[in-house]
Design a protein around this ligand. Structure first.
Ligand code: GDP
Length: 295
């Protein structure tokens, strides 16, 4: 995960990690290299610039050159700032409802259906939760089949109705089914498109308005870099979602989406997907991710 970025940051921070004398010049050089590493990882230019400016200000504020271990302090400042950029503390999802309704949104292929299954399995393992998956993609019969396959794998019931082609009515019927059958969590999988289009946005915002979910999650493929950030912005403008799910972090992703998304939409990344299997799900912890990136 983010091997390239880790390697470049490690190189950038090499001098500060105790391999040479620390001067104002090499602090500036280091930050330039850090910025370059972020840009190479597909972090947006403005964010990368702000990042290094903030670290520089903090370093000056703490008189970094006169402290006992300036190198370590600089590394810590970079790590703290990376953590802050990715969201500070980890944030959970709202499970206070009975049933708690979780609406999944995102482009086709982002990993919505897979993640819906992973989340259902994750919650089912908590013992106190009895999830229901609801298939609301009325355009692709294969998508309904896929959700049934996923549900079968994890032993979670799937609500679908192939005769109903109204996604709002389907979502409502799914919630009613959950109420009637003692499910305390409902995860609604919706239709995506290959790119942001008005029809999809209208449909997902109509579902959103009609069911007022406890939690609206936006699923995005981390491999798509700055596109991921732009798509997040488009969905957030319409849905004001609660959190981001970053999928495919097991792939050869450069890291830009993980680092930029929070500061662009001001919504936390809540979970990450790290594989195709149903247990490849992790709660997102910004500080652990920063530790991993900085090695
Ligand atoms: P949807 O169209 O948004 O519902 O996307 P799908 O759930 O069908 O996922 C699209 C493809 O991405 C499938 O082949 C999934 O197996 C794959 N996929 C989903 N999440 C992950 C992940 O975290 N890692 C990897 N490597 N593949 C994933």
């Amino acid at each position: 995960m983010f091997d390239n970025l880790s390697e470049k940051l490690d190189k950038a921070l090499h001098v500060l990690k105790g391999h040479g004398q620390i001067t104002e010049i090499n602090v500036a050089e280091t930050l330039k290299e850090v910025r370059r590493a972020l840009l190479d990882a597909d972090v947006n230019f403005k964010i990368a610039k702000e990042f290094t400016n903030t670290v520089k200000e903090k370093a000056l504020g703490q008189n970094v050159l006169t402290t006992l271990q300036p190198g370590q302090l600089m590394v810590k400042l970079v790590k703290d700032e990376l953590t802050e950029l990715m969201g500070g503390d980890a944030e959970g999802i709202d499970l206070s409802g009975n049933p708690s309704v979780i609406l999944m949104s995102g482009l086709q292929g982002s990993g919505k259906t897979t993640f819906s299954g992973k989340l259902a399995s994750f919650l089912k393992n908590k013992k106190t939760k009895k999830p229901l998956l609801v298939a609301c993609d009325v355009y692709r019969p294969a998508a309904i089949d896929q959700l049934h396959v996923v549900g079968g794998q994890i032993g979670v019931e799937v609500y679908s109705d192939r005769d109903n082609n109204d996604p709002v009515a389907l979502a409502k019927a799914g919630i009613a089914h959950a109420r009637a059958n003692g499910h305390n969590v409902v995860i609604i999988d919706t239709a995506g498109r290959l790119a942001v289009d008005e029809e999809m946005m209208t449909e997902i915002s109509n579902i959103h308005k009609a069911i007022t979910p406890h939690e609206t999650l936006f699923v995005v493929d981390a491999m798509t870099g700055q596109d991921a950030v732009n798509t997040a912005k488009a969905f957030n403008d319409r849905l004001d979602f609660d959190g981001v799910i970053l999928t495919k972090l097991d792939g050869d992703t450069r890291g830009g989406a993980a680092i930029s998304i929070k500061s662009v939409v001001n919504k936390p990344i809540k979970f990450i997907g790290t594989g195709e299997k149903m247990d490849a799900i992790d709660v997102f912890h910004p500080s652990r991710m920063a530790d991993r990136i900085l090695g």
